[in-house]
Ligand binder design. Structure first.
Ligand code: NAI
Length: 647
């Protein structure tokens, strides 16, 4: 029997090897089709039964990426949601019950449904290499791991670790998976097939939980669940994000069987799939995929980045590029000005490499202080992030152009100057593009790629390709004041500051917007970006004539610039705004959000971004705008009921 997505072979030792190879795709996904074929495979293995079954991937791209998310978008009723869940639940239960030993040989990513398939096997082996990652990320899509994950993961690694994985969606590598008992072994790639063969025929009992963990998975469940609920409540509100609560309840009350939760229960599949959150988060997933696709047309393969300006932005951009594998030279007016950036980079690497000193050192070795700018002549990408001063930037670029490789990409990180004005200093102005990062660089995934009037399409493509290489999300924008992100944030922060002028407490304003779903309130955001920067941004966006908020100007005049000076609207201690938590939220969220929505609409109308979806993607990934609301344009459409039908 031949299958479209699977290849089944039996070897001389009586073992069956099942290779997953999703047709017409670079990655393996458990579509309806692939699952139904898998069911046929299990039927084919009943007579004669093999001595053991080893499931692995035939793709170089990884093991299994998960369910086919495209299929989620077609769920239009509670019945179709149940049907989709039942499909995977039943087949993996069947896999778990076969009379012969089974083993998942995991190499590369093993996500969601892929990990649930592995958990239904008796043994799991993970290949110990950087690409191997295991996770149940369903919660990020607003859904629950209902193909057996909620039942089997807690029984495999214990409920505390399992809930943490399921509630955060965070992944882990082969070594950590071995440590927590998610896999039975982590092996180097050259021995993987042999290791799989030996383990599947070993007759060893399946991995069992230690006694205390069994208690936590049994009589102590209510305690564990209560603790998890409390942790979730600190981060996500049930009316915004029902899925994490449903995961806890389904595990605690229904042994992880989502099909057993009665309709009407807030943890039921009906509730999950009918809430707009799941739909919107799936939408956000596809928006992200779209951003990831930018720059694919270019074969630009930069290896060396030169950054000029080692301040707040340049220093962090350089650090990030080195973390992502680039060789980086970092230039400023003196070594003394570069040193703080290197110190910040070390801190970042210690966090990212979890204190692995060797890795930290390797990464630091790729980041070279370069006060004399020797790197200019060798770099593939040159990013300027010096003071916001047109004349100085022009002089710098005129000098850079003379020394740079002819094919090097030239980019400015300017927030408020016109790229066209800077480009005038170049002999070949088509070379210059904007690559606009956000502060803090390590936290915000979006980077705006600015297409100046003079920029060539090829350079814009190369800029997007570079942004992907350093694992950020490129958003192509036209050169216009504030591009997209600052153009929507400006009027939003302005409205919030007007509320302060009217006498409202910053806490009351911030609380209202956090309740709306923003990651941080607008006043705290002003404090974080710096009050001086907010004033400058206000001028470029609104023109010099607009009345600046009084509360803002008074503080700037008094030298209170926000977080960086220790005080702005809040007093800052240890990087935290000191807030009075007892202040009630003011009913101002609609008022303050409105200017943001209208600014996003204007950006679409003025073609700053190519379409409404890209405005949504940019605002979500550049500002953290409440993802469960699907983006400002989507929210506007839903609210005003002017839903645009797809063509
Ligand atoms: P900053 O003031 O922290 O750093 C600027 C650095 O450039 C200083 O270390 C300075 O010594 C150096 N510098 C000035 N002239 C130089 C020259 N001719 N050669 C070498 N180094 C020189 O400034 P920040 O905030 O990092 O901003 C830099 C650029 O990034 C600006 O264009 C700004 O618009 C843009 N930007 C700033 C954001 C922010 O949140 N601060 C966000 C996004 C973009």
């Amino acid at each position: 029997m031949t299958y479209k997505h699977w290849r089944l072979t039996r070897d001389d030792d009586g073992l069956a090897w099942l290779d997953f190879d999703t047709a017409d795709s670079a990655t393996n996904t458990l579509s309806r089709d692939a699952l139904s074929e898998f069911d046929h495979v299990l039927s084919a293995l009943t007579s004669p039964a093999p001595k053991g079954l080893i499931i692995r991937s035939a793709k170089s791209a990884g093991f299994i990426a998960g369910a086919n998310i495209e299929e989620f978008t077609r769920i239009d009723s509670a019945e179709s949601a149940r049907e989709l869940v039942k499909r995977g639940w039943d087949i993996f239960n069947r896999l778990a019950k076969v009379p012969y030993p089974t083993l998942a040989l995991i190499r590369g990513h093993c996500m969601g449904g892929g990990l649930e398939l592995s958990l239904a096997c008796r043994y799991r082996i993970a290949v110990d290499e950087p690409g191997t990652r295991m996770a149940l990320p369903e919660v990020m899509l607003g859904i629950v791991p209902a193909w057996g994950g909620m039942m089997r993961l807690p029984k495999t690694v214990g409920p505390a670790v399992a809930l943490d994985m399921m509630l955060t969606g965070k992944g882990m590598d082969a070594r950590r998976a071995k440590k927590i008992g998610l896999v039975d072994a982590a092996v180097p790639v050259r021995v993987m097939d042999n290791a799989a063969r030996m383990m599947v025929t070993s007759g060893a009992p399946a991995h069992k939980l230690p006694g205390l963990q069994q208690l936590m998975n049994g009589p102590l469940k209510p305690l564990v669940a209560a603790k998890a609920r409390k942790q979730v409540a600190a981060k996500a509100r049930p009316e915004h994000y029902p899925a994490p609560y449903a995961i806890i309840d389904t595990w605690a009350k229904y042994d992880g069987n989502a099909l057993a939760v009665p309709a009407g229960d807030p943890a039921s599949l009906e509730a999950i799939f009918q809430s707009p959150t799941a739909k919107n988060l799936v939408r956000v997933f596809f928006l992200q995929e779209r951003l990831k696709s930018f720059g694919k047309a270019s074969d630009f393969a930069p290896a060396h980045v030169h950054v000029v300006g080692a301040g707040v932005m340049g220093g962090d951009i350089a650090a990030w590029c080195a973390l992502r594998g680039m060789r980086v030279t970092l230039q400023d007016q003196s070594v003394e000005r570069i040193a703080p950036a290197i110190a910040r980079a070390r801190k970042l690497y210690e966090k990212k490499h979890r204190g692995d000193r060797k890795q930290v050192q390797f990464t630091l070795d790729r980041l070279l202080p370069d006060p004399d700018g020797h790197g200019v002549a060798r770099a593939d990408v040159i990013i300027e992030a010096i003071f916001e001063d047109l004349e100085v930037k022009r002089r710098l670029f005129a000098e850079i152009e003379q020394r740079a490789k002819p094919e090097a990409l030239l980019a400015t990180n300017t927030s408020s100057l016109k790229i066209e004005d800077i480009a005038q200093a170049l002999k070949d102005p088509t070379r210059l593009v904007g690559i606009h990062f956000f502060n803090p660089v390590a936290m915000l995934p979006l980077v705006e790629v600015v297409d100046g009037e003079q920029s060539s399409d090829a350079q814009v493509q190369r800029a997007a390709a570079f942004v992907r290489k350093i694992d950020k999300l490129p958003l192509p924008v036209k050169s216009a004041p504030g591009f997209l992100v600052n153009a929507v944030l400006g009027p939003y922060m302005h409205e919030a500051l007007k509320c302060v002028d009217e006498g409202m407490a910053p806490e009351a304003i911030d609380k209202a917007l956090v309740e709306f779903g923003m990651p941080m309130g607008p006043i705290e955001l002003v404090d974080t970006v710096g009050l001086d920067i907010a004033v400058a941004a206000g001028k470029t966006l609104a023109g010099n004539n607009a009345e600046p908020p009084r509360a803002l100007m008074q503080r700037v005049d008094a030298g209170k610039l926000g977080r960086k000076s220790g005080e702005g609207f809040y007093v800052w201690k240890d990087g935290k705004a000191q807030k009075n938590d007892s202040v009630e939220a003011a009913a101002v969220a609609p008022r303050i959000i409105e200017p943001l929505l209208q600014a996003a609409r204007r950006c679409v109308e003025n073609a700053v971004v190519a379409d409404a979806d890209l405005a949504d993607a940019g605002v979500i990934f550049g500002t953290g705008f409440a993802p469960f609301r699907g983006g400002p344009m989507h929210y506007l459409g839903q609210r005003d009921n002017t839903v645009v039908l797809p063509a």
